[in-house]
Design a protein. Sequence first.
Length: 277
Amino acid sequence: MTSDEFLPLRDFIYEKTGIFFAENKMYLLESRLSNRLEELGFSSFEDYYFFLKYNNVDSKKELTNLLNVVTTNETSYFRNPPQLDAFKVIIQKNYINNNSISMSSPLKIWSAACSTGEEPYTLAIMLLEMMEISRKNIPFVIYATDISSKVLESAKRGVYGSYSTRNMDNAIINKYFTRNGENCLLKEHVKKFVKIDFMNLTDAEAYKRYRYMDIIFCRNVLIYFDEKAKKKVIDLMYESLKPGGFLTVGHAESLHNISRAFKPVMFPGAIAYQRGR
């Protein structure tokens, strides 16, 4: 891949997704797209770009394949425990131990880059565990979205190997999964709480489906956006939260220099960002 081939492709991906490949990531983009060129029979990345840009019928289908290969999907159950402990504190303080709150509508949680489903299903398991211990029923729904149709199909299947489940003890696995050889199959009574759908986080129109959220998880996504896209996404998520709602980003990410609209709330080893009431 030459620089002349890289730049138009990089800009096309940015236009469609907000994902930004710096010039020092040219080799990464080349390695991820090489199989697409081979499968389609193109001899150059320039040909592939013109196909994406101008072949309106087949390029729409290929855009789905492109999004599947350029996105990164590193995840597992119960990833980054301090952030999950913060989530647990928020739920206990604001919902389980708050007798003044009226749950006339379900608790609404959004996993905004759900990948293969480990994050939203982790949150569902945690809520079920907290309700069982407290003997308090809290209606809830978890929305799980991603830009990759491939990982969404995997999330819907709910089948996980040992790498994804490595952070769970056997008691949790036996309670919420069915073992099938080397794999663990998530039980339907957990899956029913999670609504899975496609979403491009830079598509402002799509946010209309996700309003008045209590908690949003958008972890390890901002690192793939440039400053303009980061600000756009965070501003849209602010509007999607209900007053007093919380946003959690990746443990290595921060809203510093992106937004001053949120109030940072400190927890041991984690920060959550709260919308004003």
